[in-house]
Design a binder for this molecule. Structure first.
Ligand code: AHR
Length: 490
């Protein structure tokens, strides 16, 4: 028997809605042929697909990072403004493509506005310089009588775009990156970029890129350098930045379900390590303002030659485990951006006039729809399993949130058993369940089930309800499932 015990007083921190952010980079069919497809029969007056807009709305996305990604390390943002017919095409050296520049800053802002999403722009700290970055801030946010502000107005935007979140470079620690920098060079660049960008607009929030980590194993081999990088950047530029960015891509190369399911431990290790690092350097350097973590690229990324592979049910469980980790670290993880919004290991795929919701769409939608404002510190015990290097891992991966009025509790549970339902008692230390629990379960026939254009509904969300009164109730979590119990409490 499993037991989940919840004390409504044990609040870990406020959940920042920005953990439900996403990311868009002009690579493959993410922007061209994804977000922006003027020739599609479903495109609106701005060239945006109406079916995509509707699907993105369901994900309740609060913030969108753009335009990179590796792409930004060679991007000249001024190519992407002004009359579209006058914009230059360029060789795009990150992904070896031709960039037409038909979608640029103002198209991005229009897309965000249409969906009520906050824009987050990542600047070029590869082959770009601090002047370009500061100019981009001024073009977007400036209100003075300057050439760049006049230019924005000429382009049809009288009012500033008010872009609050700005990144300084993308994965600058990767040797593959255009304009790769040593830790010292990057820390220095953050100091100088940050200085001028904040002088242009002191209200912006700055993100520095700390570490790109692709695989679980990479963390092990890269650990020392990763920590050193983060430390150096924080020591030299910590007083300038508001967020430290991590990237985290995982997959299941050995087709070992149990091992894959222990990734929760790795997420936990990484987030705790970075929290500790930030705390240690902040104390050492007397940094008074908070520096938060943003996981501004994360997802399951299978390294297959085909780029059009589908995510399956086990990937959907990993997405939920990631979201659980962000909720558990709500006091430090204040943004996360699932990578990418469409057509690249994304919750949503398009093909011709069709649109598909992948398996990972469903846990993401469920959490972003139901998540409360406060994360709770939950106690649970029960069955365990072993996988990879981990033993004694709890079969259920559990988090809970509370809404501000304290009338609604949401318990999120990933059942990582491939075969067994998990009978569980859910009890409150204080307060009462007030009679009604809405139950949403993401599941499918087996862990390898995929949604495809031919069979789009193999994995989805089922809804039921349950009478839950008094101090506790019992529920049986289906094998290989993600469940949200939305409970009224008094
Ligand atoms: O999404 C593809 C790439 O993954 C991004 O460009 C890069 O930042 C990450 O490594």
């Amino acid at each position: 028997m499993n037991h989940i015990k919840i004390d409504l007083e044990r609040i870990l921190g406020n959940v920042d809605r920005n953990i439900f952010g996403t990311f868009a980079e002009p690579v493959g069919r993410v922007v061209y042929g994804g977000i922006y497809e003027p020739d599609c029969a479903l495109a609106d007056e701005d060239g945006l697909r109406s079916d995509l807009l509707a699907a993105v709305r369901r994900l309740n996305i609060p913030i969108l990072r753009y335009p990179g990604g590796n792409f930004v390390s060679g991007y000249r943002w001024m190519d992407g403004i002004g009359p579209q017919q006058e914009r230059p095409s360029r060789h795009e050296l990150a992904w070896h493509a031709i960039e037409s520049n038909q979608f640029g800053t103002n198209e991005f802002i229009k897309f965000c506005r249409k969906l009520k999403i906050k824009p987050y722009i990542c600047t070029n700290c590869g082959d770009g310089d601090m002047r370009e970055a500061a100019d981009w801030v001024e073009y977007c946010n400036g209100t003075g009588d300057t050439a760049l502000v006049k230019l924005r107005r000429e382009h049809g935007f009288e009012e500033p775009h008010k872009v609050k979140y700005w990144g300084i470079g993308n994965e600058v620690d990767g040797a593959f990156q255009i304009g790769y920098k040593t830790p010292q060079e990057y820390a220095r660049a953050v100091t100088e970029f940050g200085k001028v960008m904040k002088r242009v607009d002191p209200d912006i929030k700055l993100v520095a890129s700390a570490a790109c980590q692709w695989q679980g194993t990479r963390w092990k081999s890269a650990k020392v350098e990763v920590v050193e990088r983060g430390q150096l950047m924080l020591e030299q530029a910590g007083d300038r930045i508001d967020y430290m960015a991590l990237h985290c891509y995982v997959h299941n190369p050995e087709n070992d379900f149990n091992k894959y399911m222990t990734l929760s431990e790795l997420f936990e290790e990484r987030l705790s390590a970075y929290e500790g690092l930030i705390r240690a350097v902040s104390l050492d350097r007397g940094i008074k303002h908070p520096i938060y973590i943003t996981v501004d690229e994360w997802n399951v990324w299978k390294h297959l030659p085909r780029i059009d592979w589908f995510q399956n049910l086990e990937d959907a469980l990993v997405i939920a485990m990631n979201l659980n980790a962000f909720i558990r670290h709500a006091y430090s993880v204040k943004m996360a951006n699932i990578s990418q919004i469409v057509n690249r290991r994304s919750p949503i795929l398009t093909r011709g006039d069709s649109l598909l919701m992948q398996t990972i769409f469903y846990p993401f939608e469920l959490y972003s729809r139901t998540c409360g404002q406060q994360a709770l510190d939950v106690f649970w015990n029960g069955e365990t399993f072993s996988g990879g290097e981990y033993t004694g891992v709890r079969t259920l991966d559990v988090t809970a949130t509370l809404d501000e009025s304290r009338k609604q509790l949401v318990v999120y549970v990933v059942n990582r058993s491939q075969t067994e339902a998990m009978e569980t008692t859910i009890s409150l230390a204080d307060g009462q369940f007030a009679g009604n629990a809405q139950i949403s379960v993401v599941n499918g026939p087996d862990i390898l089930a995929e949604n495809t254009f031919e069979k789009p509904n193999e994995v989805g969300t089922g809804e039921t309800a349950l009478e839950a009164s008094g101090k506790s109730f019992t529920y049986s979590f289906e094998p290989h499932s993600v469940t949200a119990l939305v409970c009224a409490i008094s």
